[in-house]
Design a protein around this ligand. Structure first.
Ligand code: NAD
Ligand code: TDX
Length: 342
């Protein structure tokens, strides 16, 4: 049994990747719920980062630093004076990792190494954001779900770099006594998700008169969680989690892709068969499923967005009402997919 942590009250945190989909949701969540906490966002603003995601945050609550997590000198400049790093920055898309894995090794593995070295040097807390994909996949008819004890078995270049980064955190914690926690979350959905990902891609396809694209037969299962529930879980783990521990985050949201796509089509007033089957993803994981008992029972966390259909409807409305947010990236994203035959 590892050390029982006292409740940690972070006053001045760095959020890496805070201009991305999930990181920016966490920044808003902290600003809205914790007036005592100041946030410094460190983000390289890659194709996936967007400062508009942080619009409306008062300047006395957040500083923004444009920079690369692999830049050790920059970390020496900005880390002192902070009491924790919450590390979201990553190359996050499986299909991109299959087309070009190198940025994934650099940002996800080397970037995490640089942050851990800075945490070691300045003696601050560190929370590591990871994914359920590190556990590989489950068979469609397997009653099992992933737990914190499931062996690592990643399938894609993306998930293998995330698994590598988790292992670095564990080793730095044991060897150097770093004060860390790790969370592995299932598939997120909600506003501000890049149009390369499944749900926003299909919504914005329909909005632009393009038929949605389903990989293979569409029987693959993902365990969906609203990104706000992910944010509340991360705050819970950062403040109450036991040092050195891993917590799985999930909200019992298992659904197969074809059912999600049909729901999107129905909610958008389209025939449920108005989509194309396209080439499957190489190595496509069949099913993810999270058992979040440890997080729920030990730390008392509960999701609030438990009605997937109403969360999906609100997400569709957000994309329909905010075309200026996604239109500039849509064409380039679809060009990339076209080259991959998807
Ligand atoms: P995203 O691609 O939307 O955002 C990633 C952010 O990181 C961007 O703002 C980007 O500019 C920034 N970034 C990338 N490389 C950087 C670098 N070298 N230095 C500094 N900043 C850099 O990703 P997301 O979907 O918001 O995912 C965030 C985190 O959550 C990732 O660690 C991902 O592995 C994890 N995660 C995602 C999901 C999901 O469903 N999307 C599920 C579980 C875990
Ligand atoms: O056009 C598509 N058609 C399709 O059928 C796309 C983009 C995806 N899919 C399928 C592939 C997956 O089975 O939909 C499912 C979800 O795909 P993604 O949105 O690419 O997510 P996934 O590969 O499951 O990974 C996501 O969840 C775990 C995030 O992108 C990761 O960052 C996170 O770690």
């Amino acid at each position: 049994m590892s050390e029982v942590s006292e409740v940690f009250t972070p006053r001045n945190i760095i959020v890496t990747g805070g201009a991305g989909f999930i990181g920016s949701n966490f920044v808003h969540w902290v600003v809205d719920h914790h007036p005592e906490t100041h946030v410094t966002v460190l983000d390289a603003l890659t194709y996936a980062g967007n400062l508009d995601n942080l619009a409306g945050i008062p300047s006395d609550r957040m500083d923004f630093v444009k920079g690369d997590i692999c830049d050790a000198e920059l970390l020496d400049e900005i880390v002192p004076g902070h009491d924790a790093i919450v590390h979201y920055a990553a190359e996050s898309h499986n299909d991109n990792s299959i087309a070009d894995p190198e940025p994934f090794v650099r940002t996800n593995v080397v970037g995490t190494f640089r942050l851990l070295e800075a945490v070691r040097k300045y003696g601050i807390r560190y929370h590591h954001i990871s994914t359920d994909e590190v556990y590989g996949d489950l068979a469609l008819d397997d009653p099992a779900k992933f737990t914190e004890e499931t062996p690592y078995h990643p399938s894609s270049p993306y998930s293998s770099t995330k698994a590598s980064s988790d292992l670095l955190v564990r080793a730095w914690t044991r060897t150097y006594g770093l004060r860390t926690t790790i969370s592995n979350c299932s598939n997120n959905y909600g506003p501000y998700q890049h149009v390369e990902k499944f749900i926003p891609r299909q919504i914005t396809n329909i909005l632009t008169g393009v038929r949605p694209k389903l990989y293979g037969a569409g029987l693959n299962v993902r365990d969906w969680i609203h990104t706000e529930d992910h944010s509340s879980a991360v705050w819970t783990i950062l403040t109450k989690g036991r040092i050195g521990e891993t917590y799985l985050i999930g909200a019992n949201g298992e659904r197969n892709n074809i059912d999600v796509l049909r729901m999107i089509l129905r909610l958008m007033g389209q025939p449920e068969d108005a989509f194309d089957h396209v080439k499957d993803r190489p190595g496509h994981d069949r099913r993810y499923a999270i058992d979040a008992t440890k997080l729920r029972t030990e730390l008392g966390w509960e999701p609030v967005h438990t009605d997937f259909e109403s969360g999906l409807k609100a997400t569709i409305d957000w994309y329909a009402n905010n075309p200026q947010w996604w239109e500039k990236t849509k064409a380039a994203t679809e060009e990339r997919y076209k080259r991959q035959g998807q």
